[in-house]
Design a protein around this ligand. Structure first.
Ligand SMILES: [Zn+2]
Length: 360
């Protein structure tokens, strides 16, 4: 169970596992993809491990039966509610709830992802937590994407947070922008995860077999999120769309109005299927990062601030051939698109045409 970064949090949790329980409820917050859920599972293993290193009692060992079952998602004393339960709870009767089954049965991940976690699911979990642990030790309840709990569901949790069963450890995981009621957060020990160091993340990705440029680029694009970096590297269609987008942007400056309109329709044409709108939102963000990098080069900013390090040659050329005003305007156009495109029901074609005309 390898966890990159946030070693201070791991050390803190290791001490808790070694010395006894510090608090019954924890609130894990921080950027997406930095290992919050993995750390929660690692903490479960650290507490449940039956064979810690005898000399320095440094759990988890990773090899005992408890550690192996935590890793495979099959430990009966770990219950998971929320998004991760769709993957982690398979084949594990001890950690399936009605909510989990509903998500399992729903083949549409996107729909499942948007579901709120209601009071009935929380009540079901609370009832489960009142029973003794299966193996006589601690039992864990992890609520992933806890920001999806309705206010009613959060209020239903309050009594458990105030008077938890003696052997229960509750971990609430919230994603960025997600908020819980102050009455809930004030009853939890907060642990704030940080983005990973980009060099460390890039080295890790290279150690997993990704080539230098892709690893560097993915580390920068993800802003220090291993989950997002891996998602990017493994999504070849996304990588292809990005390559084609940058080819189009490289030819945009100084081109004719007709070419700008044609570029707009080519960019729109890169996105297809049910997730076309989300794909376009990603491309808009990538285009903004493209011009942000060129502007950074133009004003002599440090290269480690660049996101698209695999496009250095083209970006340098664009920076040389452009004025600061042009790059600033282009960046602002794409940024404004990112801020307003998704929330509004705009005419995509006209919208892209306007931006491309701004950049030609
Ligand atoms: Zn162990």
């Amino acid at each position: 169970m390898e966890i990159i970064g946030n070693q201070n949090i791991l050390e803190h949790l290791r001490k808790i596992a070694r010395n006894g329980q510090e608090a019954p409820s924890y609130l894990f917050s921080g950027p997406k993809g930095v290992g919050k859920f993995l750390t929660a599972r690692w903490f479960c293993a650290a507490v449940l491990c039956t064979n810690p290193d005898i000399d320095d009692f440094s759990p988890p060992c990773g090899n005992c039966s408890a550690c192996r079952r935590v890793k495979s998602g099959n430990h009966p004393d770990i219950s998971i509610l929320g998004n991760q339960s769709t993957r982690a709870s398979k084949n594990s009767p001890g950690i399936r709830t009605k909510a989990t089954k509903e998500i399992d049965e729903n083949k549409d991940d996107k729909k499942a992802h948007k579901m709120s976690i209601g009071i009935e699911e929380v009540r079901e979990g609370i009832a489960q937590m009142q029973t003794c642990s299966f193996e006589g030790g601690y039992r864990f309840w992890i609520i992933d994407e806890a920001q999806r709990l309705t206010n009613e569901a959060q209020n239903a949790l309050l009594k458990t947070l105030e008077e938890p069963p003696a052997s229960l450890i509750l971990i609430l995981i919230v994603q960025p922008g997600g908020q819980l009621l102050p009455t809930v957060t004030s009853r939890c020990r907060p642990l704030n995860f940080r983005p990973l160091n980009l060099k460390e993340l890039s080295s890790y990705l290279q150690s997993q077999g990704f080539d230098h440029y892709k690893a560097e680029t993915a580390a920068h694009i993800s802003g220090g999120s291993l989950g997002l970096a891996l998602n990017f590297l493994q999504n070849t269609q996304l990588w292809d769309r990005r390559t084609k987008l940058f080819e189009l942007l490289n030819k945009l400056k100084g081109s004719s109005l007709w070419n700008a309109l044609s570029t707009a329709s080519s960019i729109e044409g890169l996105c297809s299927g049910a997730t076309a709108k989300e794909q376009l939102a990603e491309l808009i963000e990538m285009a903004a990062s493209f011009y942000r990098d060129a502007l950074c080069l133009k004003v002599g900013g440090p290269q480690d601030l660049l996101v698209n390090v695999d496009n250095l040659e083209n970006l340098s050329k664009l920076a040389q051939e452009s004025t600061i005003t042009y790059l600033k305007n282009a960046l602002e156009s794409w940024q404004a698109a990112g801020n307003t495109y998704l929330p509004r029901n705009v005419n995509t074609k006209l919208y892209l045409q306007k931006i491309c005309l701004d950049c030609c």
